[in-house]
Design a protein. Structure first.
Length: 345
C-alpha cells in the first residue's frame, strides 16, 4: 500500500540561481516544488546595493516559468563599503530579506567579501536595529587552518565575537556541517538559526574521496566526518525550530566541476524533496519533515507559512534525470546513492 504525506509547501532558505542562461534553466527546478527561496547574491559582479537587488529580482521574474507560483527573497552581498542606509532602505521597501556575509575567499565568487569586520560594524548595528537577518557563510579563510576545521574555528574566532559585539543581530548560520555548529545553535535561544542542506544529510567526506575523487559531491563547506553528518541528521529531524532547510543548491556546468580545479557545489533543486522524505523516514521522523521544510524558516524570518500544500507519496522507484541542459552546458543533478521512491505531487 502507498504511503502519503501532505505538508505546507516548502521554502528554500539558501539557493543559488545564477544569472542569464543558467538562471533560465535552473529556476524551474526550484519553482516546481518551492514557494519561496532566499536567493544568494554572489554573482559577478555581486548584488551589493538595493538597486542591484531590484535589477536581479526583475531578471528572476522575467525567467519565471508560465503559471509558476514562486517568490524570490532577495539578499545583499556584504562588503566593507556597504552603506548602512542603503541596506535599511532596501529592507524597508520590502525588497531585501537578508544580508549575506562571505569571508573573502571562502567560496565561489567571494573575492569581494569581508576581511576586516570592524569596517562592517556600522552595517551590522543597523541590521540589529531594524531586525534584518545576517546570513553567514561560516568558515575562516586562514590558510593555516585545515579545511575540515574552518567552520569550528569560525564560530570561535568570528561568529561569537560578532554576535557578542552586536546585541540583537539576527544570524542564520548557513549550511552548517559540523556537530560544533549544531551545538552552538542549541546553546543559544535567541536571534540564531541554522540552515542544513540536503546533501550534507546524505554524504560525508568518504563519499568524495574513497575509491576516486567524485567532483559532483564536492561542495563548500566540504562534507565532514560521519559523526558530523549524524549530528546534522539529528538536528534536522528533531523538530527544533532553530534548524530549517537551505539546500545551497548550486549549479555548475560539468566541465567546471570535472576539471583540474573543480568548482564547489551540489545541484539538488530537482530531487531534494524526495531525498528528504527518504532521510526523514530512515530517521523515523516523517512527522517532523513539515517543520524542517515549511514552518521553521518562515517563523525565523517573520513570514507566514505557505497556505498551499505539497503531497509526497511513496511508491515505485523514481527515475530522475541525471542532468539538466542549460544554455551554458550540462549540469549534473545530485545523486544521493540510494533509490528514491517518494513522489512529489
Amino acid at each position: 500500500m502507498s504511503q502519503t504525506l501532505t505538508l505546507r509547501r516548502p521554502d528554500d532558505w539558501h539557493l543559488h540561481l545564477r544569472d542569464g542562461a543558467m538562471l533560465r534553466a535552473v529556476l524551474p527546478e526550484t519553482a516546481r516544488h518551492f514557494a519561496r527561496a532566499i536567493v544568494m547574491p554572489n554573482l559577478v559582479p555581486p548584488v551589493v546595493t538595493g538597486q542591484d537587488a531590484a535589477a536581479y529580482r526583475a531578471r528572476i521574474l522575467a525567467a519565471m516559468p508560465a503559471n509558476a507560483d514562486f517568490t524570490p527573497l532577495m539578499t545583499l552581498y556584504l562588503t566593507e563599503e556597504t552603506d548602512p542606509e542603503d541596506v535599511a532602505a532596501a529592507h524597508a521597501s520590502g525588497l531585501v530579506s537578508a544580508v549575506k556575509l562571505y569571508p573573502a575567499g571562502a567560496t565561489t565568487n567571494s573575492a569581494s567579501g569581508v576581511r576586516d569586520f570592524d569596517k562592517v560594524r556600522a552595517v551590522l548595528e543597523k541590521m540589529a536595529e531594524i531586525g534584518l537577518p545576517l546570513c553567514v557563510h561560516g568558515e575562516v579563510t586562514d590558510p593555516t587552518v585545515d579545511i575540515f576545521d574552518r567552520e569550528a574555528v569560525f564560530i570561535d574566532r568570528v561568529l561569537d565575537p560578532v554576535r557578542r559585539a552586536t546585541p540583537g543581530l539576527r544570524v542564520v548560520m548557513e549550511h552548517i556541517t559540523t556537530s560544533n555548529g549544531v551545538d552552538y545553535v542549541r546553546a543559544h535561544d535567541h536571534d540564531l538559526g541554522a540552515t542544513i542542506t540536503t546533501h550534507h544529510l546524505v554524504i560525508n567526506r568518504n563519499h568524495i574521496l574513497v575509491g576516486g575523487i567524485r567532483p559532483h559531491y564536492y561542495c563548500l563547506p566540504v562534507a565532514k566526518r560521519e559523526e558530523h553528518r549524524l549530528a546534522l541528521r539529528a538536528a534536522a529531524t528533531s523538530g527544533d525550530a532553530r534548524f530549517f532547510l537551505g539546500t545551497d543548491s548550486a549549479p555548475h556546468i560539468d566541465p567546471l566541476k570535472e576539471s583540474a580545479c573543480g568548482c564547489a557545489g551540489c545541484f539538488t533543486a530537482t530531487n531534494t524533496m524526495s531525498i528528504l522524505a527518504h532521510v526523514f523516514e530512515e530517521e523515523g521522523a516523517l512527522a517532523q519533515l513539515e517543520a524542517f521544510t515549511s514552518l521553521n524558516g518562515p517563523a525565523f524570518y517573520g513570514l507566514p507559512a505557505n497556505e498551499t500544500t505539497l503531497t509526497l507519496t511513496k511508491g515505485d522507484p523514481i527515475t530522475y534525470p541525471k542532468k539538466i541542459d542549460t544554455g551554458d552546458g550540462p549540469v549534473t543533478i545530485f545523486d544521493p546513492g540510494f533509490t528514491l521512491d517518494w513522489h512529489v505531487t
